[in-house]
Every structure is written in structure tokens, then in C-alpha cells.
Design a protein around this ligand. Sequence first.
Ligand code: SF4
Ligand code: SF4
Length: 249
Amino acid sequence: MENNAIRFGCNGCGVCCKGRLIPLTLYETRQWLKRGHEVAILLEAFDELNWSSNEQELAHAKGRAVEVICGDASIHVIAVFAGNALNSCQNLDANNLCGIYDERPLVCRIYPAEINPFITLDPASKICPPEVWDDGEVLFTDRIIDPILENQIERSRKADREDARAKIALCEILGLNVAAWKGNALTVYLLDREQLLDAFAVYDTLLRASQVRTDWKVRVDTPVLRQKLKQFGVELDGQEGADYVFHPL
Ligand code: SF4
Ligand code: SF4
């Protein structure tokens, strides 16, 4: 029987630590802020009526999302908190080494494996140089997965589910209420660090997720999708005066 193996040996090139946003759990976000670093928040929305993938993927997405009011509709919003490494991760030292290696976020431990269970690991789609796939440890075969990696992926998925409500509550405290439509675009809020620390303080001392209520909006620039969502009563945001970056996919 065939048993295709994917081998991987990180060469420490540091390419994955530059030019990107690093998704964080809520706990990791607090640590990131305490180290003095910046965090961005990415928002995406969906609803069940307009869901085009299968039921399993819908259940997975709903597990990471919170149901909110948006105009006359009820939609689900996923908030991703991410360390801002759009230039270079602030933890990367002059020798291209991670300065917080023992405490690095789960996502850094998991990369280049996939966290989303519906995406198959494809070396060609990763930014790692080609030679790192030739040898090293076996990450996956058709039948087994490295157990440490498996545990880290499961912890990451669990945190995604458990943190969802608190992340949306923090967005509402911050007044961030515009999400893009899942698969179409992302709204990206590049936050001031102090602002987010203040929001955590409010969340910790005064509020719990169930007490926060905000009316949400969706930003869609594609005319056909805009029209469709409008018919479902989804409140749409305009293009003017946006305090977020709109990033079409
Ligand atoms: S925390 Fe470390 S491993 Fe993760 S992106 Fe930053 S420098 Fe790279
Ligand atoms: S890009 Fe790939 S090979 Fe380079 S440091 Fe990141 S995980 Fe390792």
C-alpha cells in the first residue's frame, strides 16, 4: 500500500517571520502586547443561507465565529487577532533567529503545516525554500501525523473556538464593527497598542462577552454579492471614511 510522506526540515531562513500577520490566541495576544508589539485584527463574516461549501466546513467556521446582528440579518463573524509582522516580526533578532523561541506562538510552531482541517498541506503553496522539503522529519504520511504537531494543531483549533466570543467582545469595546465577506475580502484593523491594552482592561474589569452588543456591518465591493446580501437584509458599509484596510482576496 502506498504511504506518501511529507518530510520537512526548517532551515531557519526566517522568511515566514517577515511580511505577514501572525495569528495569535487570546493569551498570546496579551503576551504580544506586553512585549510592546503591535497587533492587527482581521474580520470576516458569513451566513448559513449564502454558504457555498459543505456542512463540515460550515460547522468548523461557526465554531470559530460569533453570531451577531447586522441590519435585518443575523450573521457570523470571525475575528483573527494577529501579531503585526508586516515588515518583520518584532521578535526576530539581528541573526534572523526568533527572540522568544521557547514562548513563540502556536502558529509559529505549526507552520508550514495547516491549521484549517480542510486545507491539505501543499509544499508548493508555502514560502519555505524548496530544499527544506527534501529531508528532515516526517510531518505527515497518508496514515500518520507527527504527534507533537498534531497536539499543537489541536490546541490551536481549540483556542480558536474558545477565544471567539472574547475576541468579538473586544472588537465591540474598540468599536470595530465592519467585517468583510468570507472568501471575498478581509477588513484589517491596524490598531494602536495602547488602545487594545485599554480594551483588554475594560473587558477584564467591567464587561463579559454576553453584555456587549453592537450592530455590525459588512463591507463588500463586488456588485453582485453586494446586491445579494442587501436582499438578505445585511447592512453594508460604504467605502468612505473607513478606519480599516479593505483587502480583497
Ligand atoms: S514569534 Fe518568532 S517564530 Fe514567530 S514570527 Fe516572530 S520571530 Fe518568527
Ligand atoms: S520559511 Fe520555512 S524554512 Fe524558513 S524559517 Fe520559516 S518555516 Fe523554516
